[in-house]
Design a protein around this ligand. Structure first.
Ligand code: LLP
Length: 419
């Protein structure tokens, strides 16, 4: 459930009519709802009420906006980060370092040093090579890095190939068949306290079965590690829970996920870490856009909006569906191709989509844009970076300025020898 609803025929974010935001900030603009973020954080937490010892670390990559992180931090969430940039954001938002976990296959030495110095709670090591390097860096500083080893369980998450991470040929984690041996090697190194294992098999999962299969494999591994004399106190179960993008689509609820986790992990005797991203932020944001013009097509008309693939990359990258509707529907319907202004055919949000009738100047939204939206924006076609707004009841604030194309050009230099 979200707080983007129609009142008197106009879509509001909480108590703010979207045309008011468009007027004040311009379009395209991402609009987030604080009440929705808080609700999703609460529902996820409640779903896991039966798990006694846990850390819920928001996947910062899904929405790294400082104001969003501040809202979620106040809900008791930690942060799952994959770069020093994300770590700095989490810290700046007031999230305690010990509630930060650092994932990712390509942590650089400089990032390891920065994270050690910040005192983060956990590194999820993704390879033997990384573990050896981290151990050396920490030991040289007389420090101990708290770590888990990320396991690739070779489970097909049944999601889009580009966001699947737990199959044997994906780059993430160590093969489960070698996990015992690698764990044994890394656990013996000074500089690391290898205290558990981690898994994350993919994103936008529509089915709990692959997650359960991965967790079962992890449970067996925990037993085997203990059998080999290792102490296992932490298990990181990653993120991945999908959200509805289409009207009427039903996905596993956090409560069902929580019940499955409780059932599978009840005898593990560990602290569990969760890294939800999309399920918290996805439906807490929309991309508000204005129709530039409607162009006749051979079959369906092209509704050309002022948002483009540089602002919301998911349709172009993954063929993703984002529900599209008018901010102030006039009653009619149309079948249209929804496209942006960028000069490539990939800049298409939808072909042959049934939607509210729209004409030039009308406002519309792409829904479910709060996760992997603004954070994946680029300035392609010199369009600048899209602005972000947070709504709270009847007030709103710009939480990320629009970065105009001119400001990006200002950061460029023409060397003297070209003059
Ligand atoms: N933990 C790790 C280690 C991850 O790699 C990810 C997402 C998450 C947690 C959070 O997953 P979530 O709960 O949001 O599914 N750009 C793509 C999604 C990429 C996900 C990458 N990893 C998209 O727009 O669909």
């Amino acid at each position: 459930m979200d707080h983007f609803t129609y009142r008197d025929g106009v879509m509001h974010a909480e108590d703010v009519p979207l045309p008011v935001i468009a007027e004040a900030v311009g379009t395209p603009v991402y609009v987030y709802s604080r009440a929705t973020l808080e609700r999703h954080a609460r529902v996820f937490r409640d779903g896991l009420a039966g798990v006694p010892d846990k850390l819920i670390a928001f996947a910062v990559k899904s929405n790294p906006n400082l104001a969003v992180l501040k809202v979620l931090g106040a809900q008791g969430m930690g942060a799952d980060v994959v770069s020093v940039g994300e770590m700095r954001r989490a810290l700046a938002a007031g999230i305690a370092p010990e509630m930060i976990v650092f994932s990712g296959v390509g942590k650089t030495a400089a990032e390891m040093v920065a994270a050690l110095e910040a005192g983060i709670g956990q590194f999820n090591i993704e390879s033997e090579e990384e573990g050896v390097e981290l151990a050396a860096i920490a030991a040289a500083r007389g420090m101990t890095a708290q770590c888990t080893l990320r396991i690739n369980p070779d489970v097909d998450a049944g999601t889009h190939d580009k966001i699947s991470t737990g199959k044997a040929d994906n780059k993430f984690g160590v093969p489960i068949s070698e996990a015992g041996q690698i764990f044994g090697k890394l656990a013996g190194l000074p500089g690391v306290n290898l205290r558990g294992v981690a898994v994350h098999i993919g994103s936008q999962l529509a089915d709990l079965a692959p997650l359960e299969a991965a967790f079962e494999k992890l449970g067996a591994l925990v037993q085997a590690l203990r059998g080999a004399g290792h102490e296992v106190t932490h298990v990181d179960l990653g993120g991945g829970l999908g959200v509805p993008y289409r009207v009427g689509e039903v996905l596993p609820a956090p409560a069902e996920y929580g019940a499955m986790v409780e059932r599978v992990t009840k005898d593990w005797g560990v602290k569990l870490i969760f890294e939800p991203g999309r399920v918290i932020a996805g439906n807490a944001g929309v991309l508000l856009t204005r129709v530039v013009r409607v162009k006749r097509g051979i079959k369906d008309p092209f509704v050309i909006v002022d948002a483009a693939m540089n602002d919301l990359a998911r349709p172009a990258l993954y063929g993703a569906y984002h529900h599209f509707e008018a901010v102030a529907p006039k009653g009619g319907q149309m079948t249209a191709n929804i496209v942006g202004p960028i000069c490539e055919t990939g800049d298409t949000f939808a072909m042959g989509r049934d939607c509210d009738a729209l004409e030039a100047g009308d406002l519309a939204v792409f829904r479910t844009a709060g996760a992997y939206g603004a954070t994946m924006a680029s300035s392609y076609n010199s369009r600048g970076f899209v602005a972000e707004v947070l709504v709270d009841g009847d007030k709103f604030a710009v939480v990320a300025d629009r970065i105009e194309a001119g400001a990006i050009m200002d950061a460029e230099r023409v060397p003297e020898w070209l003059l």
